[in-house]
Design a protein around this ligand. Structure first.
Ligand code: GRF
Length: 210
């Protein structure tokens, strides 16, 4: 259990505050038994790449424009993962749908964080501020974030853990986003810690924390 170092790749397309929370958790010793071996982005100017460089982590950028289609691009990315001997892929604001082949190649080894309590407020179009707009429109009293395994659907994979926050009457999408993000920065490191310690068991859709 957790004998070997889990080699992690974090995929980012934007700011990478969740990446930062992982970097910080490794630095502080909260997560043991793993290492962020690579930060990958489809966007050359993703600030997440700068965060990685500042932390001395290897970075890789591939532009989808240089590949004939999703499959070709994902194949190149998969090859890069194999070269780096990656055991776990953490999507952290990665704004691309993964191909079926890619998901098959890393079955049970791709996790994502979503800024709502899945299965609510997930799926196509549910990203960024749109999620929080939908939560407010939906009139729910609670929202939060979900760390989940990635399957073929959008935001449909088995849930690993969730953290909750209240929705306040005077919330705007922006205030809600901020409150949720604070929880994201706790949830993702916690999920990665559990993964690195070999404490996550999956049977079908059911994830058990050992
Ligand atoms: C987060 O809200 C995350 O839940 C979602 O994309 C956002 C990424 O933010 N998947 P950041 O780039 O980590 O700051």
């Amino acid at each position: 259990m957790g004998n070997d170092m889990v080699r992690i790749a974090v995929f980012v397309s934007g700011g990478g505050s969740n990446l930062q929370s992982l970097i910080d958790a490794f630095r502080s010793g909260l997560i043991k038994g793993g290492i962020i071996a690579l930060v990958f982005s489809n966007k050359e100017n993703a600030y997440g790449l700068e965060r990685a460089k500042a932390a001395g982590i290897k970075t890789l950028h591939c532009s989808p424009k240089n590949y004939p289609g999703r499959e070709g691009f994902d194949l190149a990315v998969a090859e890069a993962m194999n070269t780096e001997m990656i055991d776990l892929i953490c999507l952290a604001g990665y704004m691309r749908v993964l191909s079926k082949d890619f998901i098959d190649a890393f079955k049970g080894k791709i996790i994502n964080i979503h800024p709502a309590l899945l299965p609510d407020f997930g799926g196509e179009g549910m990203y960024g501020i749109h999620v929080h707009e939908a939560v407010l429109k939906g009139g729910v009293k609670e929202t939060g974030c979900t760390v989940h395994f990635v399957d073929y659907g959008t935001d449909t994979g088995p849930v690993i853990l969730q953290r909750r926050v209240p929705v306040m009457e005077n919330d705007t999408p922006e205030t809600l986003q901020k409150r949720v993000l604070i929880e994201e920065h706790l949830a993702y490191p916690e999920a990665v810690r559990l993964y690195c310690e070999g404490k996550i068991k999956t049977e079908g859709r059911k994830v058990t924390i050992l």
